[in-house]
Design a binder for this molecule. Structure first.
Ligand code: GLY
Length: 402
């Protein structure tokens, strides 16, 4: 969030992949830079529409389901993504109108800084206040992020060696979900920003415990590991949003790539890079990955090839792979950058990119939130949009002149 690196190597790699063609052609034929420009422009027009739909509602948009706009407040794990999308549009355009909107919606999630009842404070604050701080250097944003890190750190149990994810799930004693890796960036940033150094130790301990217990021999991840908080022993390895306890839930695999890429960027510990690459390789070589590289909601969904896709997983993967490729030597980076580019071409095609005024005002179509609970299946999701724009900006930053 606060330390997006420049991407000269990625730029060199992508330059070798680009086919320069007029922007009026299909996304297959355009340069990746033209695809990014086209998709960012569409995203800005579509988000204008979404802002107009919100009118005076005091909440934040999450999805559009059963013909209705669904909004949430700061308690929801997704509440930071729409402010993050607005910050991305400010970054893409430099237009103070987007900054103004981003500031307004970021303020709505400020109470999350004191929320000690969930791990999601990292997701909420990093995407909103974290991007705001990176782009404006506003000191009040820094204070909010430091408070958030302090709240998140209270959820760490040294016996388990991990941060507790959920308090609401009574069937588990100490659930830790693979998604939780994304919250660690807040702690790593806070330690670097002068807060307590133990935040970095907490983040690395959580990452190491997850390395030890969440991954299978094929590098796929369980969704939930439940621990005994008194002994630190593993009670069970199960799923909440996947097709089966033993399945590879697509977004969980995406969180693993993203999480360990950030861990490696921040620590340079080879074991984190190794897991990021192994998780990426699992997806990229999977026999049930569709040709357009947008995963089914679970790699083991029972009704493949008729299972719904998850564009949100694809957006997270694309963004993570673009960063991962900057951390590798050129000969290793190429495959990851190439794969991310192909995913972004698919997401920017009419199959996924919504027309202005449709899709409830959200940018991407065809994401899946929680299939087993019949919730948010084949819908837009604010986090698909957030990671899509983050990936497009990473692509553009790597390749400014193409
Ligand atoms: N972190 C919750 C999800 O990915 O659905």
């Amino acid at each position: 969030m606060t330390c997006l690196p420049p991407y000269p190597l990625l730029g060199a790699i992508l330059s070798t992949l680009l086919l320069v063609a007029p922007p009026s052609r299909g996304t297959e034929e355009r340069s990746l830079a033209a695809v990014a420009d086209f998709a960012l422009e569409r995203a800005a027009r579509q988000t204008e529409f979404l802002v107009s739909q919100l009118a005076d509602r005091p909440e934040l948009p999450r999805t559009f389901e059963h013909g209705k706009l669904v909004t949430v407040d700061w308690r929801d794990w997704t509440s930071g993504f729409f402010p993050g999308t607005l910050w991305s549009l400010f970054e893409a355009t430099g237009d103070p109108l987007w900054r103004n909107r981003a500031e307004r919606f970021t303020a709505r999630v400020a109470p999350a800084q004191h929320n000690r009842s969930t791990h999601d404070v990292g997701f909420v604050l990093t995407c909103s206040f974290g991007n705001g701080l990176r782009l404006t250097n506003e000191p009040d944003y820094r204070a909010v992020l430091l408070n958030g890190a302090a709240s998140l750190a209270t959820r760490f149990n040294p016996t388990v060696g991990a941060i507790r994810s959920w308090d609401w799930a009574r069937q588990w004693e100490y659930p830790v979900i693979v998604d939780n890796l994304l919250n660690l960036e807040l702690l790593l940033w806070a330690a670097r920003a002068g807060a307590e150094p133990r935040y970095r130790a907490i983040a690395m301990r959580h990452a190491d415990t997850t390395l030890q217990n969440h991954f299978r021999p094929d590098a796929s991840s369980y969704h939930v590991v439940d621990y005994d908080p008194a002994t630190g022993g593993v009670r069970s390895k199960v799923t909440h949003q996947g097709a089966a306890h033993s399945s590879a839930w697509a977004r969980g695999q995406a969180w693993a790539i993203y999480g360990y890429t950030v861990l490696y960027r921040e620590t340079r510990e080879p074991r984190y890079l190794q897991q990021a690459r192994a998780s990426a390789d699992f997806i990229m070589n999977h026999p049930r990955l569709p040709v357009d590289k947008i995963p089914y909601w679970d790699f083991d969904a029972p009704d493949i090839p008729h299972a719904p896709r998850d564009a949100s997983a694809a957006a997270v993967i694309a963004s993570a792979l673009l960063e991962l490729s900057t951390l590798l030597p050129k000969e290793d980076a190429l495959a990851y950058a190439d794969f991310a580019g192909a995913q972004l071409r698919s997401l920017a095609s009419p199959a996924y990119l919504a027309a202005v005024g449709e899709n409830g005002g959200f940018i991407l179509q065809h994401s899946t939130g929680n299939f087993p609970r019949h919730s948010e299946v084949d819908v837009p999701l604010n986090y698909a949009d957030y990671y899509f724009l983050e990936a497009l900006l990473r692509l553009r930053r790597s390749n400014p002149k193409a």
